[in-house]
Write a protein that binds this ligand. Structure first.
Ligand code: G6P
Length: 606
């Protein structure tokens, strides 16, 4: 949450910072601010609301200088206002900083500093850090920062400017992401790579406890006071991938990229003739010893993990539990050396997932991260990593990364099945054949998307929705409901259709549409019974089913067809109309679907 960007070089810092903030807005958009150091002074401009407000405020008034920091905020302490917007300063205005995360003991520090005469001008936890540095500034900025860091508890990504050393940015990381962009005669420090990718594709990811001193020529990193070397990685994503490319929203662009993301994720990972799956950094010998699997994730990634439970258990006979990261973190899960732990995360930076693994990792026999962002914390933390190769995703609601997570998890289920001797090469071959068909079939669904837009128009005024699925399509019902909530602000719940008579049936009336994911297969007739029960009570049905199902139009007010495929593979297709329905309802309601209120793409505070 929150986006940070710092720049030092020979160009106007403000330009680079605003460019970077535009790329980071998906991380938070309550307020924005910038500070630039020049001629011994630091100039600061801040504004509540989206970044465009800050840009308007900057117009006309120049903010010269070649070193600066900028921020787009997702509020934790203090409402979104000009005063609470970052950067924050000390009493003298010489120390100016930005912070992502939470300083847990800020209140006690603030009271202590107030007694010493410090004046505070915001309600944020961040401001105390500037004042803590001020207290010790006679030691020099670097020592004062190190000293202040010892006083705080919590999580942070911090960037600091000091007016007496205008070409320098000091950065510190504990728990919240920070990555350096290493350029020629210029350097960047940011929350995420797309903010500087246009200018450099060389990235250095900071680790917890790192403090970096960044000038235009040099970057040095220490941890616990000792110099450390961190690898500089080449980023394969291109800046163009992070543009809208003519689409009205990133979300629609990213949904349209799903066939490509899916292909990029599976290609190179199977040998169809031999019926074999191969993952680059996974130890198959370790997998062979596994008797239980625990998958840990949040949000949409949790729904991908949930679908995997059905598949992995079916294909390999290995028991799978799926856990919400924030819950398992404070529970007492049973994890032993026969357990494989899997993290599923687009960003690789979700705090609850990271923290859950800190506690569990050493107890497990083996651990794997399924992650989209190369070099992110989770990708470096576990024994093995499988990247989802979806490319950068900017829309706050996960779409193409969800499909790519499913792609990896399907491959993984087939792989596990083979390793455990449950699946034969011919079974894996059949699975691969199905997966290879998926991108083409998604393209067909996308071609027909206007039909879904029409259905969206019909239901945009409804205030509640129920989503139902059974078996492997149940997680898709959960995901459909989540997508709708996130970007259309309509209350929606996903249910296992078998649970309908245990509660949600009481809600049936003509005002609550019921979305059924009901392709033909082993549980189809059960779903039809559920649909009939709703019809008998005058409820409305929107059904997603396979193209060759001719009877559904008898039961449903609206039918969305997806192409036919082997039944285990329907979630890979059913997910697309779920996303499109939510997208079009959101757009028709006039909502900024790329930046829905209160949400952030990467949840880096608890
Ligand atoms: C936030 C995002 C969701 C995402 C979830 C988990 O809630 O808005 O789109 O699914 O975090 O994020 P992760 O990066 O761990 O997949």
């Amino acid at each position: 949450m929150c986006g940070i960007i710092g720049y030092t070089g020979n160009n106007e810092a403000a330009e680079r910072i605003i460019y970077g903030l535009k790329k980071l807005e998906y991380r938070g958009y309550d307020s924005a601010g910038i500070a630039v150091a020049d001629s011994g002074k630091i100039k600061r401009v801040r504004s509540a609301g989206k970044l465009e407000n800050l840009v308007k405020k900057l117009k006309g008034g120049s903010i010269p200088g070649t070193t600066g920091i900028g921020h787009t905020r997702w509020a934790t302490h203090g409402k979104p206002s000009d005063e609470n917007a970052h950067p924050h300063t000390d009493c003298t205005g010489m120390i100016t900083l930005i912070h992502n995360g939470i300083i847990e003991n800020y209140y006690e520090i603030r009271e202590e500093l107030k007694k010493k005469g410090h004046k505070f001008s915001s309600e944020t936890d961040t401001e105390v850090f500037a004042h803590l540095i001020e207290e010790k500034i006679s030691m020099g900025i670097e020592k004062a920062v190190a000293d202040a860091l010892k006083r705080i508890r919590g999580m942070y990504a911090m960037v600091i400017l000091y007016s007496k050393e205008p070409g320098k940015i000091i950065a510190a990381r504990q728990g919240s992401p920070l990555v350096l962009g290493i350029g020629k005669g210029e350097n960047y420090i940011a929350s995420d790579v797309p903010s500087f990718l246009k200018f450099t594709d060389k990235a250095l990811f900071l680790e917890d406890g790192d403090v970096a001193v960044v000038t235009k020529e040099k970057v040095s990193v220490t941890n616990g006071g000792k110099n450390v070397q961190r690898a500089v990685r080449d980023i394969k994503w291109t800046a163009k991938q992070a543009e809208k490319a003519g689409y009205p929203h990133f979300m629609l662009k990213e949904i349209n990229e799903e066939p490509q993301s899916f292909e990029d994720t599976i290609l190179g990972r199977f040998d169809e003739l031999k019926g074999r799956i191969e993952f680059e950094s996974v130890d198959d010998k370790k997998l062979a010893k596994i008797e239980r699997i625990k998958i840990v994730a949040c949000g949409t990634s949790y729904h991908a993990a949930y679908a995997a439970k059905y598949l992995v258990e079916k294909y390999s006979g290995v028991s799978v539990e799926v856990e919400v990261a924030s819950e398992i973190r404070y529970a007492n899960p049973v994890v032993d050396k026969k357990t494989l732990l899997v993290a599923v995360s687009q960003s690789g930076e979700t705090i609850d997932t990271i923290e859950a693994f800190k506690n569990l990792k050493t107890k497990a026999g083996y651990s794997l991260a399924i992650v989209n962002v190369v070099g992110s914390t989770l990708s470096r933390m576990l024994d093995g990593v499988i990247y989802t190769h979806a490319g950068p995703e900017i829309g706050v609601a996960a779409t193409k990364t969800f499909i790519s997570q499913l792609a990896v998890l399907y491959l993984f289920a087939l792989h596990m099945g083979k390793i455990k001797g449950v699946l034969k090469a011919k079974d894996v071959r059949r699975g691969i054949r199905n997966l290879r068909k998926v991108p083409g079939l998604i393209r067909l669904i996308l071609k027909d998307r206007e039909k879904i837009a029409k259905i969206a128009g019909k239901y945009k005024k409804n205030r509640d929705f129920l989503y139902y699925g059974r078996n492997i399509n149940y997680p898709m019902a959960l995901e459909g409901a989540l997508k709708l909530k996130e970007i259309s602000y309509i209350h929606a719940e996903g249910y296992a259709a078998g649970e309908m008579k245990h509660g949600p049936i009481a809600l049936v009336d003509d005002k609550v549409p019921n979305v059924f994911i009901a392709p033909q297969g082993k549980v189809y007739e059960k779903l039809i019974s559920n649909i009939q029960e709703i019809k008998a009570r005058s409820g409305t049905i929107i059904a997603v089913t396979n193209k060759s199902n001719k009877e559904m139009k008898k039961f449903a007010e609206d039918v969305i067809y997806i192409p036919d495929i082997d039944e285990d593979y329907y979630p890979l297709l059913a997910a697309i109309p779920m996303q499109l329905l939510a997208y079009y309802i959101g757009v028709k309601k006039g909502i900024d679907v790329d930046k829905p209120r209160n949400l952030a793409k990467s949840v880096t505070v608890e």
